[in-house]
Design a protein around this ligand. Structure first.
Ligand code: HEM
Length: 145
């Protein structure tokens, strides 16, 4: 979610004149925010290219120091994604079910990094190829008997 932020851009329109970061924005101004760029900002994520999921551990100093809006893949505020909890639960369930049966390896047919396509949502132009290797099934005690 940090490297491949699904919604690279989110937008707002000012409903009244407002001052933001030293700029005066008249009513009706479009504002574009870039969660994908935020998530790679070294000020919030030192060594931003490193895959270190433990950065998000609530006990981790980096996590505690980070601004709450430094990572906003589901947007922020009253118009944030209503499906956030559902989506996270769905991803976890899907991964648990898949990883119980398979391990995934990078496909030899994927010899270059995946090509990204930026739109309202981020996608992979030619998909991501993986090899699914079926795990060896453990024999249950009843099978042994
Ligand atoms: C990984 C999955 C998902 C991601 C990364 C995601 C991300 C987002 C983002 C960035 C926004 C805009 C938030 C903003 O402007 O501040 C949004 C809005 C929204 N999302 Fe999601 N979303 C996901 C899954 C879902 C699912 C599963 C549902 C429905 C079951 C859903 C329903 C919505 C709706 C209805 C809005 C519009 C909310 C509003 O304008 O008040 N999303 N989502």
């Amino acid at each position: 979610m940090r490297f491949y932020t699904v919604s690279p851009l989110i937008a707002r329109v000012t409903s009244q004149q407002v001052d933001v970061g030293g700029y005066r924005l008249p009513k009706g101004t479009w504002l574009w925010m870039a969660p994908g760029a935020l998530s790679r900002d070294a000020a919030s994520f030192p060594d931003p290219g490193a895959f270190r999921p433990e950065r998000f551990d609530p006990a981790c100093e980096e996590q505690r120091r980070r601004h709450p809006c430094a990572h906003i893949p589901f947007g922020v505020g009253p118009r944030a994604c209503v499906g956030q909890r559902f989506a996270l639960q769905e991803v976890k369930l899907a991964m648990v079910h898949l990883y119980r049966r398979f391990v995934f390896r990078r496909s030899p047919r994927m010899d270059t990094p995946p090509e990204l396509e930026f739109g309202i949502v981020l996608s992979f132009r030619r998909g991501v190829r993986l090899v699914a290797v079926e795990r060896q099934r453990r024999r249950s005690s009843s099978t042994d008997a």
